[in-house]
Every structure is written in C-alpha cells, then in structure tokens.
Design a protein around this ligand. Structure first.
Ligand code: PEP
Ligand code: MN
Length: 286
C-alpha cells in the first residue's frame, strides 16, 4: 500500500502552485516509463553510470543492474560539469549507445537534457528526460520539456526551497506535460563532511503538498559510496516512490562521480536489502 499523506492541511507559509497541488488532485499521479509506474505501491529503482563513457562501460554496467532488478537505466550523455576541462559526456554517440543497450535489455533509459536546443534530439533516444539540479530554474528548458511528450525527471536545485521546486514542476505541467517525477538529490548546507545534505524531510513534505511521485538520489545526496546504501534505505522508509543510484563497473576509473558510484556487487547487495525495507513499510520493489 502506498503511504497516503494525511489530510491535515499543512501551513507551509506559501501557496502550492495549482497544477501540482495535491489539494486540487488528491490521488497520486502515476507516471509510466516503459512498463514501470512511479507513484503506485511498487518502488521503482533507476540505476546506471553517472556518464556514458564507452560501449563496454555502459553495456557491462547496464546488463548487471538489469539482472540485479533495476527497472530503468540512467546514464548521462550531456554532463553538467563544474569545470569546463572535465569530461563533458559523449553527446549523441552516448545517446546512441543507450538506445543500443535498451534494445538488448528492454530497460527504458533516462538521460539529462541541458539545453532547449537538445530537447527534440534527446527525446528521440530517451524514455524519460532528466532536468538536472543546475537547470531546475532554467525556465525556457522547463517550458521546452513541458511541450515534449516524454516523462520528465526533475531534480531539485541544490539551493532550491520546496516552494521553488514545486514552482519549477508547475512550469512543466503548465505546458501540458503532467508526467513529472520529482527527485530530492541533496542541498547545499554548511556541512562539509558530505557533498550535499540529503533532505529527507523533502520526501514526506512533497508527498503531502503534491500529487507528483517523489524519488531520491542518495548518490549525489551524500557523494560518498558507503553512505549510499543507508540513505537509500532511509529514503524508502520515508516514503519515496523510487531511487536513482549511480553504479559503475569500475568505480575507481570512472570519468565522473566514481567516489559515489556503487560497484556492480554493491548494487546487487543493496537491492536485496531494499526489498526488506520496502516490505516493512507495506510496499514492494517493482
Ligand atoms: C546526475 O544525475 O548525474 C547529475 C548531474 O545530477 P544533479 O543534477 O542532481 O547534480
Ligand atoms: Mn553524477
């Protein structure tokens, strides 16, 4: 059973934008990506490398996470990097690799789109479009993905409040695309021991305020490999509808985010652990 938020109105000190508001649509929106459904009683796990780096890296990783039970494959072809000298992603070649492995494993693919000019092209390859943290308030991009027919994975801006996050989603819904999944991925705080502070408060709060499904990214939320499993479990216990987890076949050689990527074996072990947590909160891993 899905955790139904209680009907007690919460006074959050702002008005929840109308299209995303649960007050205007009490039942959770089910967002379908391939055969998977976000927002129902099943919890959907997305896994794969931070970035597509090569055919071998992607295919070995994708086959393994598929066997371990991940329902959707992640992999960035266009990477938002802090330094212009860091690996920027393989671009369309990376998208092509994602669609090649999809025809083998039948796993739908989610990949990031960073620019309005890329939306049409990325949508030709992807099953779901990711709008990353750095672009959460890129309003032209939000409008453009809102005009696309593809589901959108909207990641919380690293400095965004819940109000700003909900308004960003409203931009997408306003263009007629209701298939939006919200992703809590950690926010910047004064804490320096972790890359970000995973705001698990956001999970029950968002579930209360909006009918959109909510998932959690414990990889970016912590930035530390050994912290991914405990925070993934905590996210499910807090009511998340899914997880997105970075996995790499050789994390130590990864071109992007290797320090927070699980190995293939670590991911398999985590999937076993997640089943028990899901059962404990009356849900299942779908
Ligand atoms: C990612 O998913 O690899 C990514 C860049 O995430 P975020 O936008 O949350 O930083
Ligand atoms: Mn990453």
């Amino acid at each position: 059973m899905e955790t139904i938020p209680c009907s007690i109105p919460v006074n959050v000190g702002f008005t929840v934008p109308s299209k995303v508001s649960r007050a205007n649509k009490p039942e959770t929106t089910l967002v379908k990506v391939g055969d998977s459904e976000f927002g129902g009683s099943g919890i959907v796990i997305i896994a794969g490398p931070c970035a597509v780096e090569s055919q071998e890296q992607l295919f070995v990783t994708a086959r393994s996470v598929n066997n371990s039970g991940a329902r959707i494959l992640r992999g960035g072809a266009f990477k938002p990097r802090s330094s212009p000298y860091s690996f920027q992603g393989m671009g369309e070649e990376g998208l092509n690799l994602l669609s090649m492995i999809r025809s083998e494993t039948h796993q739908p693919v989610v990949t990031e789109v960073m620019d309005t000019r890329q939306v049409e092209m990325v949508a030709e390859y992807a099953d779901m479009l990711q709008v990353g943290s750095r672009n959460m308030q890129n309003f032209p991009l939000l409008k453009e993905v809102g005009m696309s027919k593809k589901p959108v994975l909207l990641k919380r801006g690293m400095m965004a409040t819940i109000e700003e996050f909900l308004n960003a989603a409203e931009y997408i819904l306003n263009q007629g695309n209701e298939n939006v999944i919200l992703c809590e991925r950690g926010i910047r705080t004064f804490e320096t021991s972790t890359r970000n502070t995973l705001d698990l408060n956001a999970v029950p709060m968002l579930k209360q305020l909006t009918h959109l499904p909510v998932i959690v990214d414990p990889s970016h939320g912590t930035g530390i490999r050994w912290m991914v499993a405990p925070m993934a479990k905590a996210a499910i216990a807090a009511g998340a509808d899914g997880l997105i987890i970075e996995v790499h076949y050789q994390p130590e050689t990864a071109l992007c985010d290797g320090h927070q990527s699980l190995s293939l074996d670590e991911f398999e072990e985590l999937m076993r652990g997640l089943k028990k947590i899901a059962e404990a909160v009356g849900r299942s891993i779908s």
